[in-house]
Design a protein around this ligand. Sequence first.
Ligand SMILES: O=C(O)CCC(=O)C(=O)O
Ligand SMILES: [Fe+2]
Length: 396
Amino acid sequence: MDSFLSKSAVYKTHNCAQLLHVPAGTPSPSPSNRRITCLKMSCSSVFPTLRTVTISYSELKDTSADLSMKIEQGFGPNGLGILSVTDVPGYSSLRENLLHLAPRLASLPEEVKKDLEDSHSRYNFGWSHGKEKLESGKPDMLKGSFYANPVLDVPTTETYLIERYPSYCGSNIWPDTALPELEVAFKGLGKLILDVGLMVAFHCDHYVSKGMKVHVDEGLEQILLRSQCHKGRLLYYFPPQKSNHMQDGDSMSSWCGWHTDHGSLTGLTCGMFTRDGTVIPCPDSAAGLYIRTRNDQIVKVVFGEDEIAYQIGETTEILSRGFLCATPHCVRAPNGEEASGVERSTFALFMQPDWDEKLNFPKEVHMHRELIPSNGVLTFGEYSEKLLDNYYHLKA
Ligand SMILES: O=C(O)CCC(=O)C(=O)O
Ligand SMILES: [Fe+2]
């Protein structure tokens, strides 16, 4: 296991760190006989730009296909923690329809957005702006989010569950009058990303089961299939203001701070850049999604508009004992004169275990160790509420 988790090799050429990827496909105890190839990339900014590993929808649908190699290249210990799925039928129009609604939602009158807020769930349903803390501890004013469960409007009516796990067991809040199109567009895209995500999960289980014993009920696919608390997030990044550009952390994470998603698997659309709601090419090629690799290299990651990207969350890294690795990421805002007025909209689907799913944490956990009780057992809902305490104000 140790050598399987060995780091990828990095060397420098022309001032540009080249990430060498070590493909395998079978968790191998011996890295020495692996073939080494270099991923396609360009060096348009100080940081190299890497293309995601891709899997086509038809490959993914084939349950007899062995995609272990691609799963390892994307999600394994030497991967970036991201891969993308191409040619998903119906995806492009669902993405465009929903992303166009983000600037419209953000520009609704303040009193209308206030009615879409839900403090009880710590703003994990409906509209959320300026409620999360940045790395600096200041409120995050740079992005607005709209959260909803794309599958269930009312996951439960049990009061004790809603009290215990407010961020998952609450109900959706839709802007029925102000933006009635949002509900259909959000649910349509969210459900499609979930369906494709379940296929990705099937192949992840296949890959992990080559390296460790995975109980039938405890694989990623089954955990996600029985979950009632997947959460979609429509994100709108406000145009960067020169004044708050550098003050909150470094310019790298100027739109969204460094973090790892805490759930199981996150589906992500390619961001759409607009100015006053009209789609534009991004004027700064350095703007967008960045990832920190396993050996602390920072790379810009790109994938096509018509592809759905998937990232591994912390819970999967823990439960798969590191065979699938979560990845720290952030979003960089555009810089320069031409960046004025540039907005970015995107959608993330956080696929995660059910609130009462018991997580058996391994003895040695390298993240959030302080949250895990001595018997190593916590429900996913308990684990998440503890994590939320770090990002929002503590519950009264
Ligand atoms: O905006 C993006 O591309 C990423 C958003 C993200 O990382 C998140 O919502 O967790
Ligand atoms: Fe994220």
